[in-house]
Design a protein around this ligand. Structure first.
Ligand SMILES: CC(C)(COP(=O)([O-])OP(=O)([O-])OC[C@H]1O[C@@H](n2cnc3c(N)ncnc32)[C@H](O)[C@@H]1OP(=O)([O-])[O-])[C@@H](O)C(=O)NCCC(=O)NCCSC(=O)C[C@@](C)(O)CC(=O)[O-]
Length: 303
């Protein structure tokens, strides 16, 4: 069973407050537990066998999860809250809208903006996607449908991606007379290299989940199931391979790989050294060795 949460009581933002105030809430462990199905983005912490996994669910059916002002504000709220969760070891981003992950920029809302408004709005969108990429724990995007423009950019800001066979992905911005603005020019290039990124962006080509795996855009592709959530199920499986491992180690590995990928090898080794220094004083490091010697499963506490 999942516990849905929106945000910490102490950090309620006005827009989130308005959203929360419309739904039934109760206090639990310092969180406002929500049950408002009209929220465009919500955060939940899985329990039982899936404990340690947080899920951001996108749910804006009428506009195919496109990135409008309200959506982005709620998405940012989810990110702001999950990043401080010491007990969360993996974050999954999924859609609750059948057949679509995210349709990118909200083109109808954008059409009403003046030229002066567009630049700052896209800068905010870019920052939200960057905030997602900077979340300290491992992240997985579960792509069970269309992931276009900003939708694919959002998934590229995650550490890993799973996709279903019916997923359709693409940085289609040039078809709309713009360029990727949520980090796609940079992150797709880092994932597949400049030649392929250029081809995909210049052509605005769309590709399915299996093609995406062949191109290296996603880690795993799976045939879609009757429920339409095969990529999400694969993401949970992947998360469950990660959750038993040392939480501090996971975060330090992410930091070293992410920061190291942007610099030369020698500088990258510096990030590895910094990350390693953080795990040395942890109780989890001792537990890792002790459990091996005692021939039992380690119990990590993130300390
Ligand atoms: C996703 C499919 C294939 C589904 O295709 P479909 O299943 O045939 O559904 P549909 O096209 O009938 O869409 C259903 C409803 O969702 C709406 N809708 C759907 N997408 C959007 C959208 N983006 N913005 C606003 N509304 C959208 C659409 O207008 C329609 O509303 P209705 O006509 O029923 O009132 C199709 O709808 C589609 O092609 N959508 C547009 C995809 C697209 O071009 N996205 C923008 C990319 S540019 C970008 O993301 C820019 C960025 C982020 O990098 C930088 C920046 O912010 O500028």
């Amino acid at each position: 069973m999942a516990t849905s949460v929106l945000c910490r009581v102490q950090s309620l933002r006005k827009d989130l407050f308005l959203s929360v105030s419309r739904c039934s809430v109760l206090l639990k462990n310092n969180y406002l537990v929500k049950s408002n199905e009209t929220d465009e983005c919500s955060l939940e912490f899985l329990e039982g066998d899936n404990e340690g996994i947080a899920v951001i669910s996108m749910n804006r059916p009428k506009a195919k999860n496109s990135l409008g002002k309200v959506f982005l504000s709620q998405f940012q709220g989810c990110i702001n809250n999950v990043k401080f969760e010491k007990n969360i070891r993996v974050l999954i981003i999924r859609s609750m809208v059948p057949g679509v992950f995210c349709a990118g920029a909200d083109l109808k809302e954008r059409a009403k903006m003046t030229n002066e408004e567009v630049g700052p709005f896209v800068a905010g969108l870019r920052q939200s996607v960057t905030d997602l990429s900077n979340i300290p724990m491992p992240t997985i995007a579960a792509i069970d449908g269309y992931a276009l423009g900003g939708g694919l950019e959002m998934s590229l800001a995650c550490d890993m991606r799973t996709a279903s066979s019916n997923a359709k992905m693409g940085l289609v911005e040039t078809k709309r007379g713009i360029i990727p603005g949520g980090g796609g020019t940079q992150r797709l290039t880092r994932v597949v290299g400049p030649a392929l990124a250029k081809e995909l962006i210049y052509t605005a080509r769309m590709f399915d989940g299996h093609e995406a795996a062949k191109l290296g855009v996603v880690n795993h592709s799976v045939d879609q199931n009757d429920a339409g959530d095969a990529a999400y199920q694969r993401a949970v499986e992947l998360a469950l391979e990660i959750t038993p491992n040392g939480p501090v180690a996971l975060r330090m590995a992410k930091m070293a790989i992410s920061k190291g990928s942007d610099v030369d090898l020698t500088s990258g080794m510096g990030f590895e050294e910094c990350g390693y220094a953080q795990v040395i004083p942890t109780k989890d490091r001792i537990e890792g060795m002790k459990s091996f010697i005692e021939k039992r499963t380690p119990v990590y506490k993130g300390e």
